[in-house]
Design a binder for this molecule. Sequence first.
Ligand code: GCU
Length: 413
Amino acid sequence: MHHELIVFLIVALISVCAFAAEKFEPNYDESKIPPYTLPDPLTLADGKQVTDAETWQKVRRPQILELFKEHVYGRAPGRPDTMRFVVVEEDRHALGDTAIRKQVTIYFTDDDAGPHLDVLIYLPNDAKGPVPVFNTLNFHGNQSIIDDPAVRISRHAAKYERGERVRRWPVPMILSKGYGLVTTHYGDIFPDRADGRADSVQVLFDKPAADEPDAWGSIATWAWGLSRVLDYLETDKDIDAGRVIVMGHSRLGKTALWAGANDQRFAITISNDSGCGGAALSRRAIGETVARINTVFPHWFCTNFKKYNNNENALPVDQHELIALCAPRPVYVASAEGDTWADPRGEFLSAKFATPVYKLFDLEGLPAEHMPDVDKPVAGTIGYHIRTGKHDVTDFDWNAYLDFADKHLRASK
Ligand code: GCU
């Protein structure tokens, strides 16, 4: 083919793609939501109803978990036998003698040069015993969450300044309430790019092969990383591994939900503004949609999830069932009024429609029929709030999470 013609065709193709991406006009009109029926978490394949907690745990929960693996997030491997933990640094008088700081590296093989996770931990240093902690991932590197010169710079986030995200990470407030904070840069697990796999922990495993339609996407990989951090926390005598709260914001809120749904060792799961593929119901297709998220972030979910682009009603699950997978453990879902892209109402409805599963355990689930007023958290075994402001993590959010954790874990200093 003539050289100019090839160039012309390439330019034409790029323009068509750019046009297609631009063309997405999110719907924000409730009256334009297509009609839908949500799958019922309590109806078995043969039409029978689940009426007791034991059948839920033994039969129905595994079925729904399997559907999410196959159709949404993808399958992840287990814990590698060769995993090892190295405490690289420890200071029991950090932050003006208010905290214990630890920096731990998690290696998966005996090769230090292979994929590894650098974990940063702050604990109150006046606790009487092992403390409950928030296990989190961060976007801009461990050094971004606090201005502490002893914190090692996360290797995939070196461009970010120390303390630049301090606003989202109120470490003194968390410590003063008797909780610790554990955080890892998400890029240590899977760099957040369509071609991030080659630099991710996935290279450690032959299976699942990347081209399998239900192989783990990056969200499942980040969630797997949170479980590996929990494996370390179980070995740390300063930490109560029975009271680990998994928490995340936005794409990392989707990740926290998937981590909490999968790994029943997490005592509480918290989703901050997680939206599409997180707490928001996919079938509402309001704000961000399945097609849009799969197009802009093709590496987040498994390949099978793309079958549901503009085809949400065919999904064998919806996101209220993701919350239900956490039952009977407490879950908190938070929205922001200005975060319409994440569909606050869809996030609320997921929490509400997970409630019948909690009732099997004689737990109240979400104690609200209708969306609560702005800035008025409601909390049963499921908690929810919608706060004023935009897509973000604020002190208001953290206060609500600390109250919710106190309610369920009765942390004492
Ligand atoms: C984008 C994306 C959301 C995601 C958010 C984030 O807005 O569309 O799905 O939650 O990024 O992670 O910040």
